[in-house]
Design a protein around this ligand. Structure first.
Ligand code: GRF
Length: 188
């Protein structure tokens, strides 16, 4: 099963996928490429260090979002992936991308969707005062963090949590759920 992984930041969740492929936890999964929406992400850097092909479709290079979306779609299609995985990719893709990868665009989100969608799911959950949050692995559709849910797991918010400490604990679960999801899909 060939995947393209999209990142915008540190790519620590991506690293867990790279490690799982390398140590055999995820047989039959090949990371065809790792891409980002901007230059200088550690996610791309660590992928290149692992010998994985990387690309950047730099959002700021395009006058219109539709042009960026088209370029990203074409670039991802060029790898002929079975799935595209958003792992900390912080751009909302457009209809052309969603149509090209209909049902095969997987996203992870650090909250129990449909609660707390968007770029600050961890912060929003803490601000609301929920006692339990978590993470979600889902098939992304044209909405923001919407689409069929594949896996979820709860994470208790501790009284002394900061956004960072909670997010790091959520990521530990997120990585496990993402790897389990990809392993299942590769076994089909
Ligand atoms: C993850 O929690 C992901 O769900 C969210 O951003 C975080 C990415 O972390 N969108 P990293 O870049 O994999 O370290």
């Amino acid at each position: 099963m060939r995947i393209v992984v999209l990142v915008s930041g540190t790519g620590s969740n991506l690293q867990s996928v790279i490690d799982a492929v390398a140590d055999g936890t995820m047989e039959n999964v090949q990371i065809a490429a790792v891409g980002a929406d901007k230059h200088g992400t550690f996610g791309v850097e660590r992928s290149a260090a692992a010998g994985i092909e990387t690309f950047v479709v730099n959002f700021k290079d395009y006058a219109a979002r539709a042009d960026w979306n088209h370029a990203l779609t074409q670039k991802c299609l060029s790898y002929e992936p079975d799935f595209v995985v958003s792992s900390g990719f912080m751009r909302i893709v457009g209809e052309e991308f969603i149509n090209a990868f209909d049902g095969t665009y997987i996203n992870t989100h650090p909250a129990l969707l449909p609660s707390f969608p968007g770029a600050h799911g961890v912060r929003d959950a803490m601000a609301y005062g929920v006692k339990v949050t978590g993470c979600t692995v889902h098939i992304a559709d044209a909405g923001v963090d919407t689409g069929p849910i594949l896996r979820q797991e709860a994470v208790v918010i501790e009284d002394d949590d900061t956004e960072d400490s909670l997010h790091e604990r959520i990521k530990v679960v997120e990585r496990r759920l993402l790897i389990a999801t990809l392993a299942d899909l590769a076994a089909k």
